[in-house]
Design a protein around this ligand. Sequence first.
Ligand SMILES: Nc1ncnc2c1ncn2[C@@H]1O[C@H](COP(=O)(O)OP(=O)(O)OP(=O)(O)O)[C@@H](O)[C@H]1O
Length: 755
Amino acid sequence: MNPLVDEFLGGKSGLLVAMGPTGSGKTHTVFGTARNPGLVPLTLQKIFTAADESEGGNQSPRSFYLSMFEILCEGKGERILDLLSDAAELALQQSATIKGLKEVAISSAMDAENLVSRGMLKRSTAATDANSESSRSQCIITIRAVHKTVDQQSEHQISGSVLTIADLAGAERKKNTGNKGSRLLESNFINNTSMVFGLCLRALLDHQKNQKKTLEKHFKNSMLTRYLKDYLEGRKKMTLILNVKPGEDDYADTSYLLRQASPYMKIRYTSLDESSDLVSQKRTNVSLVCQENKKKRKVNKPEPEVVTAEEKELQRVSRSEQIMKNLFNALWTVSKQKISESEVAAKSMRELLKDKDIEILELKKELDDLKSRWSHVKQNDAASIAISSVSQTDLASDAALDNFHLSTELVQKISEECTYSDPEMSSAYCDMTEKSVDCDTSVANLIDEQELSSRYLKKEACTPDVTEPKCDLKKENTEIMGQVGNKESDGSESSEQTSAPDGGVTHAPSHLDDPSELSYTELRIVPCNLSAQFTDIQVSEKAPMEQSKEELSSNTEVESIQHDVDIKEMKQHDYQSSSQQLNCDAGVVSSNQPFLELQGMGAAHQNLDELVPEPEICEHTVKEAAAEHAHGQHVPDEGLPQTKASIAPTKDCQAGGTADDQKENLCQKEANEDLCASKPRENTKKTSSRRRLLPVASMMLKEFTGPAIDAADTKRATDGGGAKTLSGEQAAAGRSDALIRLLKAKSPPMRHRRG
Ligand SMILES: Nc1ncnc2c1ncn2[C@@H]1O[C@H](COP(=O)(O)OP(=O)(O)OP(=O)(O)O)[C@@H](O)[C@H]1O
């Protein structure tokens, strides 16, 4: 009991409970006797002894209040009885306070003991078989200490501790007590209260062992446990005193109590509810005040409950406010982040829009520049087309000059060849006038030009001309046709001259004699070369960057050239109609080869095999004509149709021919062999170009030594004075005169050509 008294004096509440079976000395232990005082008188003495010591030590004065009541059985229920007052009705409130309980202030231990003694007189006891003065109720004595430091009149300023001492009625066995009737009911009540009290302690112990296990509220089952609720829930310190009987018969009860109560020793009071202490102190103070001032017997309502509700409400409100505040803060932070992100996105979008606007402006500027450039390019293209046409004209003039130089060189070569082929005639031929030389050179020039054109065609066949191959072929074809016709006209002209009926050198009527025609033939060579040059220029000088302009200019040029060619073709149409006849009839086979080559270039190759005659056969055909002149065969002067007839067997010879034709061919071969006998064998093995030139030279020589000249000489001799025979010098002089006449007859076109 000393620890509890010390804590009580220190301001902490405590409970002392004596428990045990009936007759075990609980009442004797708590109250004792005058000789052997029990715990209560000893506590009172200690308290007041300590109080006296505290007052002497300049500590704050304290007052003590004593209350004593009992809980007894009333019928099937319980009731509280104030042992210090005559109050009829006391009620246990929910706050573990007893309404109407009297608290008596004690100033000394003696006064307090007197009060307790008087209260013991009122306690209900009864004699049973086990105890003559067996307690039939639960007796509770409370001592409340009150500090008087602030204001003694103020009830709310009272504070202190409560020391509670409870003497429980011991469990009774029916066989031991022999109670019957009401006593048996009291025994049941006593046993039930002891059992509930034990259950509350067991539940508290289990709860302290396992915090997850809820604390069972067994205290509701009895008024005593309800009143001692704070202690049974572990908020205040409690001390148990176990009273047992030392008798042999009490072994079972003693054993049961010790087994039951021994685990309670593990119960620990971790927290003490000071508020409950305050309430208890307040209640005690109120009771004391009521005792002192009988006029103010008011039982104050338990304020702690109201405060607790308000606090709960405040806590609930504060908790909801806190929740709402936290939610608001979270929403605010999220919205802030969203707003900042949207602002950043808006800034980036504005920058992008600015950049796009700048790009659009730059693109517009570039588009305007391109439009202006395009307009300039269109104007420049028109100007470049005009300039290219002018440059093409310059190129044509340059090509004409080159062609003229080539022609001059070729004429010189032909003259040398003729000199080499016929040394006898070379001296006379070299003595000829310039005009007579022009005649030969013109013919040779045409032939060589023809060869050049064929070379160009071969080059073009090897050099791919993407732009206008057909145009060039047409031009070449047209040109060579004209050349052939021109050359054939020369041949036919010679044949016609030899077949003059008057025996003199006559010029057959032919459109080739027209200077304009000759010039036309020569001029047509220029575009041929130009086309080749132009093709080379296009292939070599074409650049990727200027391709569009060049295409425009080249197309324009090609169109212009094509237009010229068409015009020329139209102009030449009549000429070709006749020249083609001459081409076949005149027997100038040397011109057929390039022509057939052209056909082979433009047409299918199988036609080339059929159309191209063997060079020897063509050569024989030419030699045949020369042999006829050489042997003085009479060629009827029937014009071009007769010439056709003379060539017809040649065609038949190519195809096989009849027996008569074969005989004629044999004769022609013999004549050609005679003609070629004077030539060195090496010349026959020369290139085809030299072979083609031989018949022309032979034809010219034949003209000079032909029967027409002889006839003219004979006629002149006859007319001269009866000289039957002429000397060799005279014959040669006559031939020279005839030759001069022949050349004079041919001279005008040549002069015109050179001019
Ligand atoms: N220590 C003791 N010395 C002398 N006598 C004692 C002692 N303890 C108990 N007694 C006597 O035993 C008797 C019974 O004691 P007490 O009344 O105290 O029992 P109890 O436990 O209170 O019983 P109940 O529960 O029935 O009230 C009394 O007459 C008492 O005088």
